[in-house]
Design a protein around this ligand. Structure first.
Ligand SMILES: Nc1ncnc2c1ncn2[C@@H]1O[C@H](COP(=O)(O)OP(=O)(O)OP(=O)(O)O)[C@@H](O)[C@H]1O
Ligand SMILES: O=P(O)(O)OC[C@H]1O[C@H](OP(=O)(O)OP(=O)(O)O)[C@H](O)[C@@H]1O
Length: 211
């Protein structure tokens, strides 16, 4: 039997992903060692391999078949646009992609003004403004602390993730429009889906029963 390889997003989702896998009897003790610099972990008994990767790289590993299965946020799946099958909503990592800014920006959105939109998610922002809203905007890619953009006058609005809303509140900003709900998803390589269909279906059944 060949190894089934999992690419798991580092960061916020990693702990809950490992906890969920533990609940269905998939453990990888080695992975819990925070001081380790080891990159890939093996469960010999179940013929599974795991590695942690930067979120946006997870769909890349899965599309190319370097990983059979991935766990990553829906935002990353939408932004990366890779050829992968999204097979399961894992129910954690819940948040929303939103258009946010000061209240002053509401009329600019309403009247489809040519505004600047700062975001870490240019593809999601483009799809929302151009295809859903039919509004021409200028998109400015940033890599973090997106809320700064309207505060310092880089853009009128941002497209960003809102979870508790505290980052917005503490900076006097508001959700102006909701783009879509987000959560952690399981993705599968299309060839693995066919070649390893029995093992993957069994895994999905166990996970569904836990969620
Ligand atoms: N408050 C939140 N902020 C960002 N992502 C969140 C939040 N709550 C849940 N998530 C989900 O967790 C996923 C992983 O978030 P995390 O911040 O670890 O990754 P990232 O955005 O790639 O981080 P970084 O760029 O800081 O490495 C996101 O893609 C999103 O789906
Ligand atoms: O609604 P909240 O609970 O406040 O969460 C939302 C914030 O968390 C994320 O930022 P992150 O912490 O990933 O840092 P970043 O700005 O450097 O991307 C996101 O981009 C928001 O800024």
């Amino acid at each position: 039997m060949r190894y089934l390889t999992f690419a798991l997003g580092k960061g916020r989702l990693a702990r809950q992903t490992l906890e969920l896998f533990e609940k269905i009897g998939i453990t990888c003790e080695e992975m819990k060692d925070k001081d380790s610099r080891k990159l890939i972990f093996t469960n010999e008994e179940l013929k599974l391999r795991f590695f942690l990767a930067k979120g946006p790289d997870v769909p890349t590993y899965v599309e190319y078949g370097a990983a059979d299965i991935g766990v990553v946020g829906k935002d990353t799946i939408l932004e990366e646009g890779r050829k992968v099958h999204e097979v399961l909503d894992l129910g954690y990592g819940k948040c929303k992609m939103c258009v946010c800014g000061y209240k002053d920006a509401i009329p600019l959105l309403k009247h489809h003004e040519l505004i600047r939109v700062a975001t870490k998610y240019p593809n999601i922002a483009k799809d929302y403004f151009y295809n859903t809203k039919h509004q021409t905007v200028e998109i400015v890619k940033l890599n973090g602390s997106i809320e700064l953009a309207p505060i310092v006058g880089l853009s009128e609005v941002i497209v960003d993730i809102v979870e508790t809303g505290s980052t917005l509140r503490e900076n006097g900003l508001e959700v102006l429009e909701e783009v879509c709900p987000l959560s952690a998803r399981m993705i599968v390589n299309p060839v693995s889906m066919r070649m390893e269909s029995d093992r993957i279906k069994a895994l999905l059944m166990k996970l569904r029963a836990q969620i």
